[in-house]
Design a protein around this ligand. Structure first.
Ligand SMILES: NC(=O)c1ccc[n+]([C@@H]2O[C@H](COP(=O)([O-])OP(=O)(O)OC[C@H]3O[C@@H](n4cnc5c(N)ncnc54)[C@H](O)[C@@H]3O)[C@@H](O)[C@H]2O)c1
Length: 114
């Protein structure tokens, strides 16, 4: 991850796990990170940590499988930043551990429509 200084990078599913771990790496590259997750409080907490450490971030409570939310998000980003330079399309649901197959139903939404 090099050459992202001043870039506008969206990370979906950024409230925890792989997405959350990716955000400070982007901060270290001096990118502005748009922290998006359906868990809005989690996204806020991740963005707040970046801002506290003098990075640039903005949090969005956004379900990537919801088209209307996607259009609103795109309109906000276009208006405020004008463009994006990168997308970490990470939001998704894993089917590991307890529960297994019964967790399948939510999988196609973020993975196919997100
Ligand atoms: N962890 C693994 O071993 C592994 C392996 C293969 C693929 N993946 C994929 O990598 C990605 C991240 O995995 P992880 O282990 O960090 O998962 P995780 O469950 O720890 O985190 C996923 C994040 O995505 C968010 N999210 C889920 N659905 C969303 C939606 N519709 N809209 C917005 N946000 C949504 C959740 O709120 C959560 O914050 C997932 O897409 C997963 O399928 C993970």
């Amino acid at each position: 991850m090099r050459g992202l200084k001043d870039g506008i990078i969206v990370v979906t599913g950024a409230a925890q796990g792989i997405g959350k771990a990716t955000v400070p790496r982007l901060r270290d590259e001096e990118a502005t990170v748009l922290v998006a997750d359906r868990n809005g409080e989690g996204a806020q907490a991740v963005a707040a940590e970046i801002i506290l450490s003098r990075g640039h971030a903005e949090a969005f409570a956004r379900d990537v499988s919801d088209r209307r939310q996607g259009l609103n998000f795109a309109a906000h980003v276009q208006g405020r930043y004008g463009h994006i330079d990168g997308l970490v399309n990470n939001a998704g649901v894993t089917c590991d551990g307890e529960g297994g197959l019964h967790r399948w139903p939510p999988l196609p939404d973020p993975c196919h429509r997100g």
